[in-house]
Design a protein. Structure first.
Length: 388
């Protein structure tokens, strides 16, 4: 004879009640909270597991990029470098600065000397450009006295460190600018630009301000609504009873008084956050058990509060990323439930870093003249166009 199959009993369709809906929502909240706690622990473990494996290769890559940046910075002050190429070089250098300073391993390198070197060569280029300008002015018949005045003004502008100092120097040299005349003298190109973007920019700014104001108003209304629901619900009654039990002023023992003070602070914070789960758990710890049930209307009022908590805790995963620097990048690049697959991703990344470091070292060797630098700049521009 064949085996007799036992059919599972069909679940009866029990109509949902305010109490059952609240209990389901509360269980969901507690499950999500546990998952978030576990996720934070997993992120810490992941960072501790992955970063040491890739660190030597990341530092090797950063050192190569540092050496490349160190190599190309002096070209900023080369007189024979065309202005368009100098601007592209500046963008290249600052891209490198961003890369060097935006990894978990940036502390392994010192960017200060590199920045100082960049500032030196930029200043040297400005001096060269100014001297070229003064020479051109002299060739055009400008007097030495006028050239010296311009030279003095230029030096003061270069030494000014704040916007206020710049404005004061312009005020001294040129007086108040007639902005109304400037607008009347707008070129055709400016008119065309304004017709394309002027109204749109104004609309965007006003619209953004309006949206921010609406969001703020909606948050206030939501908070008032939740506070009203809380104050009218049975949870508020439990809160008041707990407050009396925990009031530190009613405790004579100094140790217990301090303990009650901390519990009272946590309880008030839970009330402000509308954390019903914490209040219920704390009530159970103080009085041994929860009330068997609340009136049906109380469950109806409590359900929106617990649903609000669920929506709030759903957003806390991003908070974990914010609290652990670079964890979101590491998670996106490497995380996998299967450790073997995770290791494959790590090894692939390490290989990529080694290839990049080698390519950068070759690039350093190739950049030995301005013509070679210009070829590299042209190649970078082409790559950027291909990207778009």
């Amino acid at each position: 004879m064949g085996k007799i199959s036992k059919k599972k009993p069909l679940k009866k369709n029990v109509p949902a009640t305010p109490q059952s809906l609240f209990n389901e929502a509360l269980e969901r909240y507690q499950r999500l909270k546990h998952q978030n706690t576990q996720f934070a622990d997993d992120m810490q473990s992941m960072m501790a597991r992955i970063l040491p494996q890739i660190e030597p290769y990341e530092i090797q890559f950063l050192q190569a990029k540092y050496q490349l940046t160190e190599k190309i910075i002096p070209y900023m002050s080369k007189k024979t470098l065309p202005d368009y190429a100098r601007e592209e070089l500046r963008l290249w250098i600052f891209d490198n600065f961003d890369d060097l300073g935006s990894t978990p391993f940036s502390s392994a390198i010192d960017l200060a000397p590199l920045m100082q070197n960049y500032e030196y060569h930029t200043s040297l280029h400005i001096d060269n450009a100014n001297e070229k300008l003064f020479k051109k002015m002299a060739n055009n018949g400008v007097s030495e006295e006028e050239i010296n005045e311009v030279r003095s003004f230029t030096e003061k502008m270069n030494n000014a460190s704040t916007k206020e100092e710049h404005d004061a120097l312009f005020e001294e040299a040129f007086g108040n600018l007639n902005t109304e005349n400037d607008q009347n003298d707008m070129s055709d190109e400016d008119d065309f630009f304004e017709s394309l973007f002027g109204d749109e920019q104004t609309f965007t700014e006003d619209d953004s301000t309006h949206d921010t104001s609406n969001n703020h108003t909606n948050e206030e209304l939501e908070h008032k609504k939740l506070t009203k629901l809380f104050s009218q619900s049975a949870i508020n009654k439990l809160f008041r009873r707990m407050s009396r039990a925990l009031h530190p002023d009613l405790e004579q023992d100094s140790t217990k008084k301090e303990e009650k003070h901390h519990k009272m602070v946590a309880l008030i914070d839970a009330r402000d956050q509308k954390d019903i789960a914490y209040i219920l758990q704390a009530y159970k710890e103080i009085f041994g058990q929860l009330p068997e049930s609340f009136p049906e209307e109380d469950y109806t009022q409590l359900l929106p509060l617990i649903e609000h908590m669920i929506e709030k805790i759903k957003k806390q995963r991003q908070d974990v990323f914010n609290e652990i620097p670079f964890s979101e990048n590491v998670y996106t690049m490497f995380y996998d439930k299967n450790i073997k697959k995770e290791n494959i991703k790590i090894n692939k990344h390490i290989k990529h870093l080694e290839e990049q470091a080698k390519a950068i070292q070759e690039e350093i060797q190739e950049i030995s003249s301005i013509s070679a630098l210009r070829e590299r700049i042209a190649s970078r521009n082409l790559s950027r166009l291909d990207f778009f």
